[in-house]
Design a protein around this ligand. Structure first.
Ligand SMILES: [Zn+2]
Length: 319
């Protein structure tokens, strides 16, 4: 808690979420066939690392799980263990189709509902939150979320620095005959609010629909403040980035499971396409330590996204 204006108390909240996209998804993004890699490295190597880090740091995580990964008992057990430890498990669709938003409403519905079922089966509780694969959303997808009863979405990433290179990369890969399965969003998503809002129509405008918790970008320049940029910046660069966010009521930091893996994790050729795998996992965890330390010093407490959504929803996310 920190003192606000006129003696009111404003709580500063930060949520750290981790998308558990498994290794074959990265092959799909880069348009390459991966052989001789540990296809389960995110669940089997990354998750225990995240579990130990979260326990030491006393940070509750929100884990976005892909439903079909939970067919593997070791993955379902890992997730169940995290839920028991107090972490939130949320929905990252059933198959992580990069073209989810181009499919029919009934298929989108099935992807969201089936992931809810798979997660409920693994953890004993149905999830309340959803994140779209590849940050790509549409009005039709939000309608589906509403139908399924999703309480919050955290799918909007209003970051031009992410958008422009992604568009360039997809074009380049297509030219080289290795089409990426990744999709780009409607560029108008860049005009979406950077703070939590209820979606309107179109979804990048404010309205009265599903509560959306966009991923963190800095004010003005809208630099991305996500695992990739934090890790690339090292502890000092990460601290500089998160300091740009201090003062906001809510900070939504998004990581990926691969952010706590490195070249020693049997990822073979993926290292050529994901240069951040050259950074040792221990160094990446030091970056996270610095982020948590910096934000705690500034009065932030760490919560799951569901807890943050509850509070923000109660406040009715007044702009
Ligand atoms: Zn994903």
């Amino acid at each position: 808690m920190t003192g606000g204006v006129n003696g009111t108390i404003v709580e500063r909240t930060c949520a750290i979420s981790v998308d558990l996209d498994e290794i074959p998804n990265y092959g799909a993004i880069h348009g390459v066939q991966l052989c001789d890699v540990d296809e389960h490295a995110v669940y089997d190597r990354g998750l225990p690392r995240l579990e130990a880090w979260a326990r030491q740091s006393d940070v509750p995580l929100t884990l976005f799980a892909v439903g079909s990964d939970l067919k593997r008992p070791a993955a379902a057990e890992g997730l169940s263990r995290m839920a028991t430890a107090g972490h939130e498990i949320a929905n990252h669709s059933f198959d992580h189709f990069y073209d989810l938003t181009r499919r029919s409403p009934s298929e989108m519905h099935e992807q969201v509902a089936k992931a809810n079922e798979a997660i409920a089966q693994a953890t004993g509780a149905p999830p309340v939150g959803f994140r779209a694969p590849g940050y790509v959303t549409t009005d039709a997808l939000y309608e589906v979320l509403d139908e399924v009863g999703v309480r919050y979405s955290s799918s909007v990433f209003p970051c031009p620095w992410y958008y422009a290179p992604k568009a360039a990369l997809i074009g380049l890969k297509a030219l080289r005959g290795r089409p990426s399965r990744s999709l780009i969003d409607d560029p108008r998503v860049l005009s979406a609010p950077a703070e939590p809002y209820r979606i309107g129509k179109p979804y990048y405008r404010r309205g009265t629909g599903v509560l959306e918790l966009p991923m963190a970008v800095t004010p003005w320049l809208r630099l991305p403040v996500i695992g990739t940029s934090l890790v690339a910046g090292g502890p000092a660069g990460a601290e500089w980035l998160v300091r740009r966010l201090i003062g906001r009521k809510f900070i939504n930091l998004e990581l990926h499971g691969i952010d706590v893996l490195d070249a020693s994790d049997e990822l073979g050729a993926l290292g050529r396409h994901q240069p951040d795998l050259r950074i040792p996992a221990s160094r990446k965890l030091q970056v996270l330590d610095r982020v948590v330390y910096t934000l705690r010093e500034a009065g932030y407490s760490f919560r799951t996204l569901a807890e943050a959504a509850q509070r923000l929803g109660d406040d009715d996310v007044s702009p």
